[in-house]
Design a binder for this molecule. Structure first.
Ligand SMILES: Nc1ncnc2c1ncn2[C@@H]1O[C@H](COP(=O)(O)OP(=O)(O)OP(=O)(O)O)[C@@H](O)[C@H]1O
Length: 320
């Protein structure tokens, strides 16, 4: 029988710090992880692995508190059974089959129906048809899914994954994303780390950005972007008369630079995207206060920011 949990919130960090000797790996992090998929984004050495290990209860934080369903996860079997960590580097014993590996974990966890639980977990990760083959012959994606099956065998409500997409090809990546989305749709909280931004952008509804042990930013992709409206943006514009449009825009304070590309496109760098958007419309309409020498209207075909990926948001945060 499962004892009632103290809280329905999967994971809360309150002023959590952790250091190894002189190295501060995690520095005063406060964050809440809700059901669904949360991305933990940061470059190598940012402290992601340490934070995941703290969430899994593998060690006690040097400062602050970690709460998993309202309780400390350290040496807490009542919580331990609800949390699974899939480490980045975990050697799978090559001679074992995927089924034997997942069953071994089910046995270690003391599950009553070891075979049934392993079968269900292998089905969840779509490894049931190859489950009796030796792990040694598996692709990286199959190994990752076997590790995930071992983590899911206890039906955890919080799954922590350290760089689960590392080394996967695009097809395997997509498959892994779909598996995690399916678990999230069942109400499981998934916290996954990555240093590759597109992976997180595609799958996580919320992102925690870690830099040098600190939480640099959090929110969804759009919120993160909005927080940084003052950073330089590049916008590609296609219009009926780009040369005239460029002439109308070039002297404006919000415009840092213009590169005309062929006859119908140009790239504009701006420090203030909101002001620029208003200015662009006025300039296209021929409003002379926007610097237009002639007032002929120009048709805008397409206005696309070229640097809206998380890669740029992240680069901005790192360089700040
Ligand atoms: N066991 C340890 N002993 C000493 N220092 C450590 C230990 N584990 C991590 N560190 C240091 O703590 C900092 C954070 O490391 P951590 O592994 O948590 O970061 P990460 O974001 O997961 O990076 P990576 O993706 O490279 O593992 C780094 O400076 C690292 O060198």
């Amino acid at each position: 029988m499962t004892a009632a949990l103290s809280s329905s919130t999967p994971l809360v960090f309150e002023h959590v710090s952790h250091w190894y000797g002189d190295v501060v790996a995690v520095n005063d992090i406060s964050a809440v992880v809700e059901p669904g998929i949360t991305g933990l984004l940061g470059p190598n050495g940012a402290g992601k692995t340490t934070l995941l290990q703290l969430a899994a209860g593998l060690m006690r934080p040097s400062g602050g508190t970690v709460r998993v369903f309202g309780e400390s996860p350290v040496k807490n079997p009542g919580i331990f059974r609800h949390v699974a960590l899939v480490p980045e580097r975990e050697a799978l014993p090559g001679m074992l089959s995927a089924r034997a590996f997942v069953e071994a974990r089910a046995t270690l966890l003391g599950l009553r129906d070891v075979h049934g639980a392993a079968k269900a977990a292998l089905e969840m990760v779509e490894m049931d048809t190859v489950a009796d083959r030796a792990v040694a012959g598996f692709s990286k994606g199959m190994k990752q899914r076997t590790k995930l099956a071992a983590a899911l065998v206890q039906r955890p409500r919080l799954v922590l994954l350290d760089e689960p997409f590392n080394g996967l090809d695009p097809r395997q990546r997509l498959q892994m994303m779909q598996l995690l989305e399916a678990r999230a749709a069942e109400g499981v909280a998934v916290l996954l780390s990555s240093h590759i931004l597109e992976e997180i952008e595609g799958v996580a509804s919320r992102i925690l950005v870690m830099l040098s042990g600190r939480l640099a930013a959090s929110g969804d992709h759009r919120t993160l972007r909005r927080m940084m409206t003052d950073r330089p943006h590049t916008v590609r514009i296609r219009a009926s008369d780009v040369r005239t449009l460029a002439a109308r825009l070039v002297a404006q304070p919000a415009v840092m630079g213009i590169d005309v590309e062929g006859t119908d496109a140009m790239h504009v760098r701006t420090t203030d995207y909101t002001a620029f958007s208003r200015l662009l419309v006025r300039a296209a309409q021929g409003d002379t206060s926007s610097g237009a020498a002639n007032a002929a209207p120009i048709t805008l075909y397409d206005v696309q920011p070229t640097d809206e990926s998380l890669e740029h948001v992240f680069a901005y945060l790192v360089e700040r």
